[in-house]
Design a protein around this ligand. Structure first.
Ligand SMILES: *Cc1c(COP(=O)(O)O)cnc(C)c1O
Length: 369
């Protein structure tokens, strides 16, 4: 079976995990701090706070920004349900918006029609690693006093107009779950550019415990702490950070190989009747996954056919405004509602061989014949 995705790890990750286990300090500690520093160096700008999942990164970011009951957050419906549940967890209301058909990214024209006096944040998703129009979003946010909280779960390593995603903007949230551009096993990070906000997030990730409080006693009572804000148990552990540190060194290699496979798919599928490709700027995108559209109405059949031939594929994602939990008073979103019936996610991972990609390609072309 060729899976949709598979993380790459080897002996090096094992060695680093072993070091942490032998150190006796498994939880939040110096390895997490080192991981944060390395990401800060990689991005070149911003304060990085490592957390235990991408979902908690989104939740803690909104929470620390003061978003809650009575507030609205505009979010594309076509995204992982994590973003929606993070918004709901703060007490705020998700307001679903539509997407652009060629990138599956947020449709900013539609966003503008959904802004109300209650809108406090917009949560764009950089689909498949392809950055949204950040200049326009950030400008809109500044004009209307609305925060842009990027769900950059797909986009660690992607570049927008020469700048790394996360190195600019208001708040950027990354995921390091097993299938993301790099993994910590499970993990996430929030990047901000304001040290007060960074401090709040750092406290909130560990139950609001203020580690600085003891210093007011001039170190005489090192056991002393104060709980100053409501928080969560969202911190990253040294074990996960150890994996992430090795993965970070592999990132450029991962990006290079995945770009090659995307190029191979794009070349084989371009101009084929029944297939519509997404727009890819492969000089800048760190490709998270490979998605395209099957426009002849046979997407579901194709998924079955690929399965019969030992090829994994899937649909990312089922629109959230159609989900039983979220659909309450959602309006219709025309692009999302037809595009989700056409999208298919194909295998894409670092260790994938050219022959495997060719087998996926040939199987799809055979099906469409
Ligand atoms: C993976 C993902 C998340 C959540 O990240 P986890 O680390 O799995 O919690 C959020 N949004 C999108 C778009 C994702 O793909």
């Amino acid at each position: 079976m060729i899976p949709i995705s598979r993380p790459y790890t080897d002996q090096e990750e094992l060695q680093e995990i072993e070091k942490v286990l032998k150190s006796g300090w498994l939880g939040l500690g110096s390895v997490v701090q080192e991981f944060e520093k390395e990401i800060e160096k990689y991005l070149g700008s911003g304060y990085v706070i490592a957390v235990n999942t991408g979902t908690s990164a989104l939740h803690i970011a909104l929470d620390a920004a003061g978003i809650g009951k009575g507030d609205e957050v505009i979010v594309p419906s076509l995204t992982f349900c994590a973003g929606i549940e993070a918004i709901l967890a703060t007490g705020a209301t998700p307001v679903f918006c539509d997407i652009e058909v060629d990138t599956l990214n947020i449709d900013i024209d539609d966003v503008e029609t959904k802004i109300t006096s209650k809108t406090k944040a917009i949560m764009p998703v950089h689909y498949c690693g392809n950055p949204c129009e950040m200049d326009r979003l950030l400008k809109l946010g500044r004009q209307k006093n609305i925060l842009i909280v990027e769900d950059a779960a797909h986009a660690f390593g992607s570049i927008y107009k020469g700048k790394k995603i996360g190195s600019f903007g208001d708040i950027t949230c990354f995921s390091f779950d097993p299938i993301k551009n790099i993994t910590c096993g499970e993990g996430g990070a929030v990047v901000v550019h304001n040290d007060d906000l960074a401090d709040v997030i750092r406290k909130k990730r560990n139950l609001g415990i203020d580690r600085e409080a003891w210093s007011r006693y001039h170190g005489k009572k090192p056991w002393y702490y104060e709980v100053t804000v409501m928080g969560y148990r969202y911190h990253m552990s040294n074990i996960n950070a150890a994996i992430g540190l090795v993965q970070l060194k592999r990132l450029e290699q991962f990006i290079k190989r995945k770009r090659e496979i995307v190029k191979r798919y794009n070349e084989a599928f371009s101009g084929i009747k029944g297939i519509a490709l997404l727009k890819w700027n492969l000089n800048e995108i760190a490709p998270f996954s490979y998605m395209m559209r099957i426009t002849n109405g046979k997407r579901d059949e194709l998924i079955d056919y690929l399965g019969e031939h030992g090829i994994g594929s899937g649909v990312h994602y089922i629109p959230n405004h159609l989900q039983p939990l979220f659909k309450s008073d959602a309006q219709s979103l025309p692009i999302t509602e037809y595009v989700w019936k056409e999208i298919i996610t194909l295998p894409l991972f670092f260790e994938m061989k050219d022959e495997e990609a060719d087998f996926v390609i040939d199987t799809i072309l055979n099906f469409l014949k």
